[in-house]
Design a protein. Structure first.
Length: 512
């Protein structure tokens, strides 16, 4: 049974009024979530929507603050993933949680090995593993190590293990992120088979196409609240995108304008051009050019390939197809250091993990990239370091007692400004900004946007990535739209609006 008809299936999981808070954050605010027997249910939402928190409460990683959870009509309250498994809830995470050097059989039966007087019964374990693999249509030598298997096979082994533990409710977190199209098709065939056998399946994914290919129902969360539950067949893609980003638009709305004086006809001289530039499992080969003094936006839902594109351009990841030209010359970066030498700069999305060094001072954080570019033989003098720090503290309005203050003590907005200062000190020709305004207050956002426009006016090329469509529309003179890790179109000048971006994300190649 497919579970698309209300009358067909009884509720397997019922969550009502779920509340979970962390210091300063209401992660879930009275959320309801229902999964029926024999259905595949997609859980959708942008960053911070509450999807991960819901899954972690359900699987016993977090305890809930309020609300009820019932499985098969019985109230449950798991306090650990093992407790959740014993109730009938199994989870397979994006990063496959198997032990690489152990065999397939050992991984499938881990913690539940058949024993006789304390000795493991290896033959029985092998037979059990083979039966578990048969559930996912796999026939393998179960004595081989997991490390010797492809990512796709590892994913299926993880699902086989989850089913061996329990087959009531299977939770899959981004199960297709490392799979190619053929492997995704094979996985979906297995999920449909499990669904038809009565297993309830929850799938968390960012791929719109895959949601429509595999799910019976969709629940959308936004900012920790339930937006709604929908039958997939009756939910147009445009409506789904509207629910996720929180902007209700009609089919007829289009066109747009921003505060910029946009001249769609004026073509800036290209500084960077990429042609069919891509990497398997990261982003499909795309064409993109960024001109001197041009502010180009990358727009798309979470998981659409925005950060992956930035990482390819900056030399963090290596492309497998296409080429890049800088100043018209064919260029291939073997490392970010080479990109920095060419005048590229990149402020990453996760400033706390990949950006600032919290224990170092504002001064030390600001001179970091410039010193790295010059090398240890050409040390920047203490006097020059202080001059640079003071210049950028004033220029970007960094609120700090002084240049020697530890960056970790500053607010998020001020940390972001210090990160920006670090790269501006290198006088870059291309500045890649990945979510530079995430998690900072409105005033700091406005200052960073103003700085971007000033830099653009001075001839700097900027690639701007933001989840907030409003920001992209306000700031950019050209917008490249991505979906499901591929470029689906480009907008320029007066054609840029939130509506036109959302239409492009939702409607590419579809009639909805």
């Amino acid at each position: 049974m497919s579970g698309t008809m209300e009358t067909e299936a009884k509720s397997l999981l019922e969550i009502r009024g779920l509340v979970k808070s962390f210091p300063g954050v209401k992660a879930l605010q009275g959320v309801d979530f229902t999964v029926r027997q024999g259905e595949i249910h997609a859980l959708m939402g942008e960053n911070g929507a509450g999807k991960s928190t819901l899954i972690k409460v359900l699987t016993g990683v977090y305890s809930r603050d309020a609300g009820t959870m019932c499985l098969d009509g019985i109230e449950i309250d798991p306090h650990s993933p093992k407790a959740a498994e014993s109730l009938g809830i199994s989870t397979v995470y994006q990063e496959v949680n198997l032990i690489p050097h152990l065999s397939i059989a050992e991984n499938i039966c881990l913690g539940r090995q058949p024993t006789f007087f304390g000795m493991i019964r290896w033959r029985e374990m092998a037979r059990r593993a083979e039966r578990a693999l048969a559930r996912v249509d796999l026939k393998l030598d179960v004595s081989q190590s997991v490390a010797s298997c492809s990512i796709a096979i590892q994913q299926l082994v993880a699902i086989a293990r989850a089913l061996d533990v329990s087959e009531k409710l299977l939770v899959l977190d981004e199960p297709t992120s490392s799979l190619d199209e053929k492997e995704v098709g094979e996985l979906f065939a297995i999920l449909r088979k499990l669904r038809d056998q009565g297993t309830g399946i929850v799938i968390v994914t960012h791929f719109l196409e895959q949601v429509y290919a595999i799910s019976d129902r969709i629940t959308v969360l936004r900012d920790g609240k339930l937006v709604g539950e929908f039958e997939t067949a009756n939910l147009p893609r445009l409506k789904l995108v509207s629910h996720m980003v929180g902007r209700e638009i009609t089919q007829t709305e289009a066109g747009g304008h921003g505060p910029l004086d946009r001249d769609a006809g004026a073509k800036a001289e290209p500084l960077v051009e990429i042609r069919n530039y891509g990497r398997s499992g990261s982003v499909a080969g795309m064409d993109l050019s960024i001109g001197r003094g041009e502010l180009v936006g990358l727009a798309g839902l979470l998981g659409s390939g925005r950060t992956e594109t930035a990482r390819l351009i900056f030399g963090i990841d290596k492309p497998q197809t296409g080429e890049m030209r800088v100043d018209g010359q064919k260029t291939a970066f073997r490392s970010p250091r080479q990109a920095i030498r060419k005048g590229f700069a990149f402020t990453p999305e996760n400033r706390k993990v990949e950006g600032i060094l919290p224990r170092l001072s504002v001064r030390e954080n600001i001179v970091l990239a410039l010193q790295a570019r010059q090398g240890l033989r050409r040390m920047i003098s203490r006097k020059r370091q202080l001059e640079l720090a003071d210049e950028f503290i004033k220029r970007l309005g960094v609120s700090t007692p002084g240049a020697e203050q530890a960056v970790g003590n500053l607010s998020g907005g001020n940390q972001q400004k210090v990160l920006l200062a670090r790269w501006l000190a290198t006088q870059p020709r291309l500045l890649i900004l990945d979510e530079p305004t995430r998690g900072i207050d409105v005033g700091a956002k406005a200052e960073i946007e103003k700085t971007m426009q000033q830099l653009r006016a001075q001839g700097m090329a900027i690639l701007f990535i933001s989840s907030e469509l409003e920001e992209v529309v306000r700031a950019c003179e050209r917008v490249v739209v991505l979906r499901d890790r591929a470029k689906v179109g480009e907008l320029a000048g007066e054609g840029i609006s939130e509506e036109s971006i959302m239409h492009m994300i939702a409607e590419h190649g579809h009639d909805h």
